[in-house]
Design a protein around this ligand. Structure first.
Ligand code: GLC
Ligand code: CA
Length: 553
């Protein structure tokens, strides 16, 4: 064999080896990040997740039961279906679920119109199925948080049926009534044009109008009636007594109406403090506020210990897509700044990049995987408890069929396999799958080392068992290049520098730092950082991010 032939043979033989090596080793030469925690990480996580501060270290998952998994072949996801998928959530690194409302409802607002607060929507199962879900979740150390919709009921709730039938019945004063489509002491209109242009709807039987911030099928409760306060707090006790770990509180700032204010007026603040006092009668419970984006999360915390444990940061959660569109981190700095400067001690930010109310993360990312990956990293690396919206870990696309309203685009069935029914149900699902489910499904993505699901697994594994991500101090570093974001997280001996890019081109920046420990190795992503004096220099590849360990090696 001549030399050139040998060379050709070596080439042929080594090419597949090189290709394989490139799959196993990314371009920085490091092996791909692990997708499952070490036993030490898991032991540390178990410890952090025990006791009253569990929610600060937990990763939450918002689940739409109706679209998660159908156990009885009627095309509608249900509690038993969800229970059967808990191992998937556990394996993904989820510590708590928040369930969208699961009570009986005529479904004018996807269950946010509740017709009975103490029973289960028969589409989803019964109380025994609920108890079984909670038990199965707790057995796996997954907490269960319910959606608490207190501002309004369904117009088909028995209270409203009574209230709207006469002005003298038991529930006559449980809602907000007026002889005209306005009232001097009620200054608010509908919450958004989505819910119509008048907040008042006429009822002939009473010859009066009732007030609703949302759809006409969602009459607002009258919290100035002490019976409403007593009954709603009692409902909360009922569910806590059943073992739920807490609540996501729907439009909680809107409870009390007044002439001028609509959101978080003093009476509402006072009610929330009573609500917190009820929770505090039970060990290790937590609640998270749906906040008004105008007010921001800070007012929902009170002193830090007398109102919400967590509040959603929608300035990040709903606006991150704009930062990527503009290749500019400024609005992300603005969303994170108040976490550092305005929150009272003890407050815990709740971070998200998707929910049932907005388009899919994939759309906010303009269908660019790197944008969604940088966005979810930011929500996992800032000082916050992260909430993953079901299906975003697969980068599920927006659906195009609407059953209730346009928000259904983000409420399509969870695709588990590439098969036509995607193992969601044996029947036609209540709403069609989003396009692309033959690719964006659990089974296909699990087998693909470059999938969004693998990325989420790696990211959740990277964070797991490190207290620094849940509760470590955060400081934001101002850079001279607006396409980059830099921040430092630190707890006791563990500290990290996080740098994220909003640009697809390589970028570098300099920022001023004081007392920053020495920059150590990159432990996530790719990039370079160095300090000279008080100057921090950072450099990232296009579309990149990097986490550097700080301090003595
Ligand atoms: C919250 C829910 C939303 C619902 C509204 C009225 O904003 O997230 O889905 O339409 O409250 O309950
Ligand atoms: Ca079903």
């Amino acid at each position: 064999m001549g030399l050139s032939q040998l060379a050709r043979l070596v080439k042929v033989l080594t090419l597949p080896v090189i290709a394989l090596a490139m799959i196993l080793v990314n371009c920085s030469g490091a092996p791909p990040p692990p997708t499952h925690p070490t036993p030490e990480q898991q032991a540390s996580a178990d410890q952090l997740l025990t006791g009253p501060d569990w929610y600060r270290h937990a990763v939450f998952y918002e689940v739409n039961t109706r679209s998660f998994s159908d156990s009885n072949g009627d095309g509608i996801g249900d509690l038993a279906g969800l229970t059967s998928r808990l191992d998937y959530l556990k394996d993904l690194g989820i510590d708590a679920i928040w369930m969208m409302p699961i009570m009986p409802t005529p479904f004018f607002d996807s269950g946010y119109d509740i017709a009975d607060y103490r029973t289960i929507n028969p589409d989803y199962g019964d109380m025994a199925a609920f108890d079984a879900l909670v038990a199965a979740a707790h057995q796996r150390k997954i907490r269960v948080m319910m959606d608490l919709v207190l501002n309004h009921t369904s117009s088909e709730h028995a209270w409203f049926k009574d209230s709207s039938s006469s002005a003298t019945g038991t529930y006559a004063d449980w809602y907000v009534w007026s002889d005209t489509p306005s009232r001097a002491d009620v200054g608010c209109g509908t919450y958004s044009p989505q819910f119509g242009d008048s907040a008042w709807t006429f009822v002939p039987a009473r010859n009066q109008y009732y007030f609703h911030r949302f759809y006409p099928q969602q009459p607002d409760l009258n919290y100035r009636n002490p019976a409403v306060v007593a009954e709603t707090l009692d409902t909360v006790k009922f569910w806590l007594g059943k073992g739920v770990d807490g609540f996501r509180c729907d439009v909680i700032g809107l409870l009390f109406e007044s002439a001028t204010g609509c959101d978080m007026i003093p009476e509402t603040v006072d009610y929330i403090k009573q609500l917190r006092a009820v929770l505090d009668q039970f060990p290790d419970r937590a609640m998270v506020a749906e906040t008004d984006i105008g007010l921001g999360p800070a007012p929902y915390f009170g002193s830090g210990t007398d109102m919400f444990h967590m509040a959603f940061n929608f300035h990040y959660g709903y606006l991150w897509g704009l930062a990527f569109l503009g290749q500019n981190a400024t609005n992300v700095y603005s969303a994170l700044g108040p976490v550092v400067t305005d929150y009272p001690p003890g407050a815990q930010d709740a971070s998200l990049i998707g929910s049932h109310d907005v388009a899919r993360a994939w759309s906010h990312a303009s269908q660019l995987a790197w944008r969604q990956q940088r966005a979810v990293e930011i929500s996992m690396f800032t000082k916050a408890t992260p909430f993953v919206y079901y299906g975003d870990e697969l980068s599920v696309r927006d659906g195009t069929t609407f059953v209730v309203d346009s928000r259904d685009s983000a409420r399509t069935p969870m695709p588990w396999t590439p098969s036509p029914g995607h193992d969601f149900s044996t029947a036609t699902p209540w709403i069609p799958f989003s396009d692309g489910a033959d690719q964006t499904n659990v089974q296909t993505e699990d087998a693909d080392p470059s999938s969004m699901l693998t990325f989420y697994r790696q990211l959740l594994t990277f964070r797991r068992g490190h207290a620094v991500w849940g509760t470590g101090d955060m400081s934001l570093i101002t850079l001279d290049n607006p396409t980059l974001l830099a921040l430092v997280r630190q707890v006791a001996q563990e500290a990290y520098l996080v740098v994220e890019s909003f640009s697809e081109d390589p970028q570098q920046a300099t920022g001023q730092v004081t007392n920053l420990p020495a920059v150590g190795p990159v432990v996530w992503g790719n990039g370079q950082a160095s300090i000279d004096g008080t100057n921090l220099h950072v450099q990232l590849p296009g579309a990149g991010s990097a986490v550097f360990k700080l301090g003595a090696p």
